[in-house]
Ligand binder design. Structure first.
Ligand code: ZN
Length: 307
């Protein structure tokens, strides 16, 4: 990841249509440029009031199978793949509007969102970019599943899967990327979500995953991958978990300088990790490379200006 000292947003608005994973219904998505220091803001146009929630760890609601934002009345689910695309492309400010309670699942990866953002164009803004720099290790979870962030002069993610399953025994359990040397678009963005056929059938019975198909997930039965084309990359399972973590970590509201390691962690543990970081001010600093940073009030004491 290159340290670019300016904030970025989209050059133009862009629209897309897809299917909601849970409802199976069409979802219309609109991405708009955002003003400097506004962050990523999610809106719903299908409610009889203005649902508008900033993408931030403290606004996360349900984390079962996906990350949702809540305004206390309603939620907007499955934001993590689009958030990963914003993080990977260095987009600081944008408005996201949908007419449903979930983002469209697209192909189950972040690649269609990357394509959309690149098609809209990316522009630098006249405002300094801010970074959250880890100063002390923070860890949540236990021996069976945990996530941790450690100080590191750069940004690396590592994820370790551990499923007692014949398909997973054949594929890499660990994926690790250093954003100094790894291209997000090529290596991470195309990794699709995955699930087990048995779980999928249970979810369908519960009226969930109505939009799930082999077009938007890698599906595994007791012994094999059901998608005819197989995996896109050998470590696609672990890479997708990295993609999820990248999207979840971007809910810190800043680009991150640190080292993440997840062991069997999911959206819930990822969010618990961010809340623990934010609750421990000694664990991080916020830095920028200009003298006139518009630091949110909660971080005023934390700012270090590196001019
Ligand atoms: Zn995912």
């Amino acid at each position: 990841m290159s340290v670019n000292a300016q904030q970025h947003t989209l050059k133009h608005c862009i629209r897309a249509t897809g299917v909601g994973l849970h409802t199976g219904k069409q979802v219309n998505l609109l991405l708009r440029p955002g003003t400097p220091d506004s962050g990523i803001v999610f809106k719903r146009s299908d409610l009889d009031y203005k649902f508008s929630v900033k993408a931030h760890a403290m606004n996360v609601g349900n984390t079962t199978m996906a990350t949702s934002l809540t305004d206390g009345r309603n939620e907007l689910s499955t934001i993590e793949h689009l958030m990963a695309a914003f993080a990977g492309l260095g987009i600081d400010n944008a408005e996201v509007e949908v007419d449903a309670a979930e983002l469209p699942i697209m192909d189950g990866s972040a690649a269609p969102f990357v394509f959309l953002i690149q098609s809209a164009g990316i522009v630098a803004q006249n405002a300094p970019k801010m970074f959250l720099v880890m100063r002390e290790p923070v860890r949540v979870g236990n021996e069976s599943a945990y996530a941790e962030l450690q100080p590191y002069d750069g940004f690396t993610l590592k994820y370790t899967l551990d499923y007692d399953h014949p398909v997973f025994a054949l594929h890499d359990h660990t994926a690790e990327v250093d954003f100094c040397t790894t291209a997000f678009i090529k290596e991470i963005s195309r990794a699709r979500t995955f699930g087990f056929l048995a779980d999928y059938e249970k979810l369908k019975d519960l009226n969930l995953a109505q939009g799930g198909s082999l077009d938007n997930a890698v599906v595994v039965d007791d012994s094999r991958i059901l998608n005819e084309e197989g995996l896109r990359v050998r470590d696609e399972f672990a890479k997708h978990k990295l993609l999820d973590a990248l999207g979840d970590l971007y809910l810190l509201g800043f680009s991150l300088l640190g080292r993440f390691h997840g062991y069997r962690s999911g959206h819930s543990i990822n969010n618990a990790l961010l809340r623990k970081v934010l609750a421990n001010p000694s664990s991080f600093d916020v830095i920028c490379y200009e003298s006139d940073c518009a630091v949110p009030p909660a971080y005023q004491r934390k700012i270090t200006t590196l001019v």
